[in-house]
Design a protein around this ligand. Structure first.
Ligand SMILES: *[C@@H]1O[C@H](CO)[C@@H](O)[C@H](O)[C@H]1NC(C)=O
Length: 383
């Protein structure tokens, strides 16, 4: 074999072996690194035993240093875990308008309205629609018509929205007058149903925070104990779900009457939800969240937001108005338009902003002429 032939031959062989060469090299490197790690660990352990180096952690992070004790100079600091995040938490709750809060809401707690040409998916059995004759629903729906009239294209917020149909104050506005808005429902079972309805409004599975910062709270979720087919729909029980931290005595009693589960829910201030939607005005705010309504309204930064019509359920008084609550809303520029109290001391209030009342007074009074006079009947039945 000539030299040339020999060279080209070994070259071919080398080429054939090519992948194995790299693999062997990687193997060697691997072993070398493992050896280095072992040696370093042993030196480190020996050093530790001899008191030449030390380890420890302070509030910032883990550290390794020379010498028996900690001194901030010449120390190696290892950031394990998100120390910055923990530092941030020491500063207190996040503000309602914190950009991070708004980002989280936009990316995780808001679902866009269903397209306008998607048909609604509504229940239409007689039994389901029985709610249409409930005193409280007749009261609110007639008052909404009186105060809003034929106004088109408004923006609502409804919380709790339940399934988006049962006792919904906002569905008629959406269907008949082209409104949109935000439906908030923290009970996961109700929310599942809400998603099926194809409402033309934003949906949120969060809860409204009873304070001006986001927080996680316990939701007492109520269900009927036995659900037979012929029983009434589960919505009355589900609609009694409430935040544990704002529960009153009557609600503690309910926990024993219904099947109750406890869920941890993320709550955001109403103001954060509105900022996340780039909205500062709400035409109709409907709050029916079984007890945290006053706290939600008290923690609202009212100088930044306006609400024309406010429907609010209010627990815990026997004879009509809670004057403290009433005075608080008066101080924020609202006037009481009407209210209804049932036998259990639960009131439905209708408030109007003074500005809205001033502009629309005559039209509202004209539309209210034929309204059913329910206030007296309800108060009589409560006695
Ligand atoms: C609100 O504004 C932000 C920033 O300009 C934008 O990213 C977001 O899509 C807007 N959201 C809505 C619901 O309009």
């Amino acid at each position: 074999m000539s030299l040339l032939e020999e060279l080209s031959c070994s070259c071919r062989r080398a080429r054939a072996r090519h992948p194995y060469v790299w693999q062997r090299l990687a193997d060697k490197l691997h072993k070398a690194l493992a050896f280095l790690l072992l040696v370093t660990t042993m030196v480190f352990l020996l050093g530790l035993a001899a008191g030449v180096v030390h380890t420890g952690s302070n509030i910032h992070r883990l550290h390794v240093g020379i010498g028996r004790h900690h001194s901030d100079a010449h120390e190696l600091h290892l950031s394990l875990g998100s120390s910055e995040h923990q530092q941030h938490r020491l500063k207190g709750p996040l503000q309602y308008d914190d950009e991070f809060v708004l980002q989280v809401i936009r990316s995780k707690y808001l679902v866009a309205p269903s397209p306008s040409d998607d048909p609604y998916h509504l229940e239409s059995t007689q039994k389901y629609e029985d709610f249409l004759s409930l005193v409280s629903w007749v009261f609110l729906s007639s008052r909404i018509k009186a105060v809003l009239g034929p106004k088109r294209g408004g923006f609502f917020v409804e919380a709790g929205a339940l399934d988006g149909q049962f006792l919904s104050n906002t569905l008629p506005l959406e269907r008949e007058l082209g409104w949109t808005g935000l439906l908030v429902e923290a009970n996961s079972r109700s929310y599942q149903e809400l998603q099926k309805r194809n409402r033309k409004a934003w949906l949120s599975p969060a809860c409204l925070s009873p304070s001006n910062y986001p927080q996680e709270l316990i939701l007492n979720q109520l269900e009927m104990k036995h659900t037979r087919k012929e029983d009434q729909y589960p919505w009355i029980a589900r609609g009694s779900s409430h935040l544990q931290s704002t529960a009153g005595h009557d609600q503690d009693v309910m926990l024993t009457q219904y099947h109750t589960t406890y869920a941890s829910v993320q709550c955001f201030p109403l103001a954060s939800m509105l900022l996340a939607l780039n909205t500062s005005h709400v035409d109709l705010l409907s709050l029916d969240v079984e007890g945290s309504e006053p706290a939600i309204l008290r923690s609202m930064p009212w100088s930044q937001f306006t609400v024309s019509v406010l429907l609010v359920e209010h627990h815990g008084e026997k004879h009509g108005r809670d004057m403290q609550f009433h005075n608080f809303l008066a101080s924020q520029g609202f006037m009481m338009y009407d209210h209804l109290t049932d036998g259990e001391g639960v009131s439905d209030y209708v408030f109007l902003s003074n500005d809205y009342w001033k502009v629309n007074k005559e039209k509202i009074e004209k539309r209210a002429v034929g309204l059913p006079k329910m206030k007296k009947e309800a108060i009589a039945s409560a006695r």
